[in-house]
Design a protein around this ligand. Sequence first.
Ligand code: ADP
Length: 203
Amino acid sequence: MSQTELKSIKYRTILLFGAPGSGKGTQGKILGTIPSLYHFACGDAFRNLRIEDRMGRLFIEYSSKGQLVPDEPTIELWARNIRASSLDGKFNPTHDVLVLDGIPRNAHQAEMLKDTLDVRAVFFLHCADMAKMIERLQRRALRENRLDDANLEVIKKRLETYESETKQVLDFYGPEIVHTIDATQSPLDVLREILNTIAQIKW
Ligand code: ADP
């Protein structure tokens, strides 16, 4: 597919949304194994960068403090990854549905992606139990060797960033397409709810 063709397509998209530790990544990985769903996790894209890379350094600088990486480089990284996946055939923009996890992460990013994404559903994995999320993140720190999950101060800062910046994304897309799911359920029950809704969307 040519660059011009790629630019003119609005990607059919569903968003996985929720606080750190709400289980977006777990669901995203499973959904990404389903044919014609293409999963992109923004945090994974950042973690795959090399530290010598300008963006890799930016990521360490911000994520180690529990802050969001600035919007322009973040969207640039997203576009670069999606372009590469389209060109190498992993993601077919005309047939596949994009499952985004961790992006857009504030209202400005949502605005920047407005002309590129055709968002049909936002799955809001809601967990009111802060202690439970902190516990999940601390368990993940050991399993996945993630520095930002290991430090309690950084975890708290990330949860604050989520409340003050990320939650606005829900208002941006509006209640008609936001599906709230109880994230304290088992991964299987969360998955069942997501799949039931996806199955009803008329693409
Ligand atoms: P979590 O949802 O558990 O915080 P992620 O892997 O999604 O984990 O993100 C880890 C870090 O990567 C974030 O704290 C942030 O610094 C950075 N990051 C990921 N996605 C974005 C984004 N869309 N915009 C800005 N920063 C991001």
